[in-house]
Ligand binder design. Structure first.
Ligand SMILES: [Zn+2]
Ligand SMILES: [Zn+2]
Length: 548
């Protein structure tokens, strides 16, 4: 047995749904698993998406031997460009996952300089001191894998995102046999998907969606728009099936949808005849009853196709009276409010909207409680580390593990940044490394910190007040009456008295305060004053200019 410590460093996805990223570290070697993004919650103003705080691996970039991406969903692939900007390491992924990554890398101009290796379920690859065995798992995208990672400290099994579907869209079930084989090999730790830990029973098969889609397609008289993630290739296949059965042509809308569909067809993961597919321009000229459009925007993202249609701001086409919109996904926790708002707006624009409680047009791609217990029974790990979920999911997962006989001390419920160490087959919860949010806003990465978020919240909630001071060049006294402008704070006509008092305070401060600290002091004083008077905290900004 080796004397070095094996460290699992969760950088994202533990304590939240999204931006999955884990570092496995042994001595001078690091293996990264997944590089995902998270979609912003509705209180994160103006943020496009969030990436993991991966400073830990960026600082040790020379030790990173490889990056494994388990499947093609955004919460596992989305941050790849950001990670490669800091950490140059070869990427290992299955054919479809690699195809989806290549679309991203090409867009970022990184494709040529990136070393990519295609792996297949059933294969093993040696990456530094880690022997990685890839095994197939069912999920809502084809070609997903879990990992058996043999390290000098023991065997670690990572489930990836999985469910036990006996009738998956691509006919390829989860590799029960391999999981059972791991069970006979003294697994040190199991890192297992916890997303649906509060769902009792079994997750329904993807197959239940087919009759639901068929029913919707038979009833719809106008156009059908199906909203889903651009990476949900299995769903594209199912919509294609329903379109064929109901004599409709299918068009993909939006760059990522079009590119992913093209790539999945080329690689053979999306099996649709050429004459089924039309481009958007053709589709828009056809009889509404003859087309189905596949587009993005099921999480209420304002910039997505469905988001823009719901606000009447889509450029190439608008919703028509009689359109049927099918939302084939569940809101990610935290997005419910935005999703419901989008559904309401789609109704307002004359569409009939069909979403999960109305018809089973979506099933989860993640294991429910009985499947999670089966996973534990098959793999028989010494330790369990719940991953991919919020704290409440981890607690449930831990409770289930105890139910089937695991000791509480063998389960590590931790959130991002808390290191788990293994030495001499003993687990220890170690130190914390940075593991927070990095906000991506347009093209900027990480320049939006919590401070900027707080400012945006303040602006949205209580507006702002701008004070303009004209200062006399010589002694710094006021050259003119201070001007005050406000937006979103108070109704100005009602605030005459408030602003008159504010001007008095500014004049007093201008006489007393040190010139170099004047702006700062006025901002602080007015913030306090406005809060005392109105119970609101507008952002106060002071500008000075010399008098002519
Ligand atoms: Zn997934
Ligand atoms: Zn995931």
């Amino acid at each position: 047995m080796s004397s070095k410590t094996l460290r699992l460093v969760p950088l994202g996805g533990l304590g939240e749904i999204g931006k999955n990223m884990m570092a496995v570290e042994y001595g001078e070697n690091i293996l990264i698993i997944d590089t995902g993004i998270m979609f912003p919650e509705n209180d994160m103003l103006g943020i496009d998406y969030i990436i993991p705080d991966f400073r830990y691996v960026a600082e040790k970039r020379d030790k990173v031997r490889g990056i494994i991406v388990t499947h093609g969903h955004e919460d596992h692939t989305g941050a790849i460009r950001h990670v490669l900007d800091e950490v140059r390491a070869p990427i290992y992924a299955t054919k479809l996952t690699r195809g989806l990554l290549e679309v991203k890398l090409r867009r970022g101009g990184l494709l040529k300089e990136t070393e990519l290796h295609t792996v297949q379920a059933g294969e093993s690859v040696k990456i530094g001191p880690f022997d990685v065995e890839f095994f197939h798992v069912c999920h809502s995208i084809p070609d997903g894998v879990g990992l058996g990672i043999s390290t000098p400290a023991g065997l670690i099994v990572h489930t990836g995102d999985y469910k036990f579907d006996h009738t998956p869209v691509d006919g390829w079930p989860t590799d029960f046999g391999k999981l059972g084989e791991f069970g006979g090999r003294d697994v040190l730790a199991l890192l297992a998907d916890s997303t649906n830990a509060d769902e009792p029973g079994w997750t329904p098969s993807e197959a239940v969606i087919d009759p639901a889609f068929d029913a919707v397609f038979r009833k719809a008289e106008g156009r059908i728009l199906v909203g889903t993630f651009a990476s949900l290739i299995s769903r594209m296949q199912q919509v294609a099936q329903a379109a064929m059965q109901n004599n409709r042509k299918m068009a993909f809308v939006g760059t990522s949808m079009v590119e992913n569909a093209k790539m999945a067809r080329k690689l053979g993961y999306l099996d649709v005849p050429d004459d089924l597919i039309v481009d958007l321009d053709q589709a828009l000229k056809m009889k509404p009853s003859k087309v189905v459009l596949m587009c993005t925007g099921t999480q209420g993202e304002p910039s997505s196709i469905l988001g823009r249609l719901s606000t009447g701001t889509n450029r190439r086409f608008e919703l028509l009276e009689g359109d049927t919109v099918v939302l084939s996904s569940h809101p990610i926790p935290g997005n419910e409010e935005m999703v419901h708002r989008t559904i309401n707006r789609l109704f307002q624009h004359g569409a009939n909207v069909i979403y999960d409680p109305i018809a089973p047009v979506h099933v989860s791609g993640h294991a429910s409680q009985e499947e999670m217990k089966l996973m534990l029974q098959l793999v028989k790990p010494k330790y369990l580390v719940p991953i991919h979920g919020e704290l409440r999911h981890f607690r449930q997962h831990a409770a289930m593990a105890r139910e089937i006989g695991m000791d509480g001390s063998s389960i590590a419920v931790v959130e991002n940044g808390t290191v788990i160490e293994f030495k001499d087959r003993k687990m220890k919860v170690g130190d914390r490394v940075p593991g927070g949010y990095v906000f991506v806003d347009g093209s900027g990465v990480g320049d939006i910190g919590p401070h900027v978020m707080r400012e945006r919240e303040a602006l949205a909630k209580d507006g702002f007040v701008v004070v303009h001071l004209t200062l006399n060049g010589k002694n710094g006294v006021l050259g003119r009456e201070p001007e005050i402008v406000s937006k979103g704070f108070v109704f100005v006509r009602d605030a005459e008295e408030l602003f008159a008092h504010a001007r008095d305070r500014i004049r007093d401060l201008a006489e007393e305060a040190d010139r170099s600290e004047l702006r700062d002091q006025i901002e602080k004083d007015l913030s306090r004053f406005f809060y005392a008077e109105t119970k609101r905290r507008p952002m106060v900004m002071v500008f000075t200019s010399p008098s002519e």
